[in-house]
Design a protein around this ligand. Structure first.
Ligand code: AP5
Length: 214
């Protein structure tokens, strides 16, 4: 099963993608996580990506497309995968389609997690990310057992640089301009599914499972 997660920054794509990956035993491929790992490791890609991410802008398509296409050709992706944060522009979606069709393959679902802008800033300011393993929490909706520490690896939890309110507003503008058109793109392909992302995380997940099947 090959799935794309769509939705505004902070809509809960990452939260749901991790749950989908665990239930259906497929890899979770997050371009944001890949860039953050490169930033942490001080790679050239990380240095370039950080310039854009810190401003709330998209990393240029040419730095993203090959990275993802190479990733889903790996062995662990043979039964499918869940893409989180990719594609994010129409050219990225077209490059993805071209790569899949060259393999005689196609995407199965594009799940749009719908959350109004008003809810997003509140969610982002409460998000905390683990500096060790990248796990995500929310101080109110998904709090860690010990404040400021990751339940999984015990490392510190931080506010992401791009979760500051002024950057979140830029990210939302970029989302509406460049990523939201993908909803029409995948509607036209007949693979879009909408879920209400304002519900409790488990209810959002149940709605997704009812689309994907047990
Ligand atoms: P990326 O990491 O992909 O960020 P994003 O799309 O902005 O999404 P987020 O990770 O911020 O949010 P999410 O929807 O995953 O929400 P989450 O589950 O964490 O990308 C970062 C940057 O990298 C981009 O800005 C760009 O610069 C660059 N980039 C990445 N991919 C790119 C690409 N393809 N092309 C170009 N540039 C690219 O949830 C948010 C919070 O809400 C959490 O605290 C969570 O606990 C909480 N929460 C989740 N669900 C619920 C719920 N139902 N109720 C209450 N709280 C909830």
């Amino acid at each position: 099963m090959k799935i794309i997660m769509l939705g505004a920054p902070g809509a809960g794509k990452g939260t749901q993608a991790k749950m989908i990956a665990a239930k259906y035993d497929i890899p979770h491929i997050s371009t944001g996580d890949i860039f953050r790992a490169n930033i942490k490791n001080g790679t050239e890609l990380g240095k370039k990506a950080k310039e854009y991410m810190d401003k709330g802008l998209l990393v240029p398509d040419e730095l993203v497309v090959d990275l993802v296409i190479d990733r889903f050709k790996e062995d662990d992706c043979k039964n499918g995968y869940v893409l989180d944060g990719f594609p994010r522009t129409i050219p990225q979606a077209e490059a993805l389609d071209a790569a899949l069709s060259a393999m005689g393959d196609k995407m199965d679902y594009a799940i749009n997690v719908e959350v109004p802008d008003e809810n997003i800033i509140n969610r982002m300011s409460g998000r905390r990310a683990c500096v060790g393993c990248g796990a995500t929490y929310h101080i109110k909706y998904n709090a860690p057992k010990t404040e400021g520490k990751c339940d999984t690896c015990g490392a510190d939890l931080i506010l992401r640089d791009d979760d500051k309110p002024e950057t979140v507003i830029n990210r939302l503008n970029v989302y509406h301009e460049q990523t939201q058109p993908l909803i029409d793109y995948y509607t036209n392909k007949g693979i879009i599914a909408e879920v209400d992302g304002t519900q409790d995380m488990n209810d959002v997940f149940n709605a997704i499972v009812s689309i994907l099947g047990e």
